[in-house]
Design a protein around this ligand. Structure first.
Ligand code: SF4
Length: 366
């Protein structure tokens, strides 16, 4: 396929040879002993790559160990209940990843007999597996000659090439994927790709890269030009929106009222206390809105009580102020559907259900 981008002349055969040699020597001395690196099992590689998307290594470690203990094989994961999967994922965020992981495991079993396909195109046919994750599994687990490009290597390649435009735009992505492919050695792809990510993660860090310790500093155009602060160019700044929400802990005979978040909602598949945006001001009006909205969401009429706690948290571009209220059951029956289940849950059972991030905080209070 013809490329509509070209690499700078500096990245010639001699440059690539020196780059590979220095990078691999450095990796042999500095690679971290991470739980998912102890085996080339594609299931473990895949699981770790999905968990590491948008999440720090140290946060992922205990989750990875718990997950592997509960679901040691892709078949065990495929056979699990989605609620168990979400409960183990709880706290890692981006819950869509967990649901896609579960769906992909079922597809691996149904379509590939429980064995991961080895090539990038077949891997990309699985839910939640994009070009990067497919490249990581194919190269790390099967030593296929597949390039990878993720946050760490985008930054690394952008700096090596002194790419001054936004690397997340289409032209930048084309150039950097091309660079990631061109730089691959003929064999030993698994350690090479892992070394690239490790260098980006430990040395070519976002702020104040450690150029004085960098094994490829002499091959880096950004270092030569002294443009470390300007490259990579960051995209548009996120504009935050302030939102006021209310959550209500409705009690009845030692149980609390919960609803499962529906498809398309922020925490789809997880359980939460009745929760909604609040538009009124003044305690009397808020009280009326709590009664109306809880009834609308659950079918239950409540007697509102006091404010339990205010929780401030952020989700994507929203800065949310969540007022958590107490309430008691007054009348009515839960209106539960298959798509939006609602039920009374005895408080000791809250520990077993996958809850939204703030749902878990409220559960600890009750
Ligand atoms: S020399 Fe500095 S900017 Fe260049 S790759 Fe190394 S750490 Fe990154």
């Amino acid at each position: 396929m013809a490329m509509d981008c070209s690499l700078p002349n500096a990245m010639d055969t001699n440059w690539k040879r020196r780059f590979r040699q220095r990078l691999l020597n450095w990796y042999a001395r500095h690679k971290r002993d991470l739980p998912w690196r102890r085996s080339k099992n594609p299931y473990r590689v895949w699981l770790s790559e999905v968990m590491l998307q948008q999440t720090q290594v140290e946060t992922v470690k205990p989750y990875f160990k718990r997950f592997i203990k509960a679901f040691p094989t892709v078949k065990k994961l495929a056979a699990a209940n989605e609620q168990e999967v979400l409960r183990l994922w709880e706290g890692l965020g981006y819950y869509r990843r967990a649901r896609q992981l579960h769906a992909a495991a079922q597809q691996v079993v149904a379509e590939f007999g429980g064995r991961f396909p080895e090539d990038v195109a077949a891997l990309q046919s699985l839910p939640g597996i994009g070009r990067y994750t497919a490249g990581a599994i194919a190269s790390i687990a099967f030593d296929r000659r597949a390039p990878i490009l993720e946050a760490n290597t985008i930054r690394l390649f952008a700096r090596l090439l002194a790419y001054r435009d936004d690397p997340m735009k289409a032209a930048g992505q084309r150039l950097l994927w091309h660079a990631a492919e061109q730089v691959l050695p003929r064999k030993g792809i698994a350690p090479f790709n892992q070394a690239l990510m490790e260098l980006g993660s430990l040395v070519c860090v976002p702020a104040n890269p450690r150029c004085e310790e960098c094994p490829v500093a002499a091959l880096c155009q950004t270092n030569e030009l002294g443009l470390q602060d300007a490259i990579p160019k960051s995209g548009r700044k996120v504009k935050f929106t302030d939102v006021s929400e209310a959550a209500v802990v409705v009690r009845k005979n030692g149980s609390v009222l919960l609803r499962q978040c529906a498809e398309g909602e922020r925490w789809a598949g997880l359980w939460d206390f009745p929760r909604f945006a609040i538009e009124s001001e003044g305690s009397l009006f808020v009280r009326g809105e709590l009664i109306a909205k809880v009834q609308q969401q659950t079918g239950v009429v409540i007697q509102p009580g006091g404010l339990l706690k205010t929780i401030k948290h952020g989700v994507t571009r929203y800065r949310i102020t969540l007022d958590c209220y107490e309430a008691t059951f007054a009348s009515g029956r839960v209106s539960s559907t298959k798509a939006e289940p609602v039920c009374w849950v005895p408080t000791p059972k809250l520990a077993d259900l996958p809850l939204s991030t703030t749902g878990r905080k409220i559960a600890k209070l009750v």
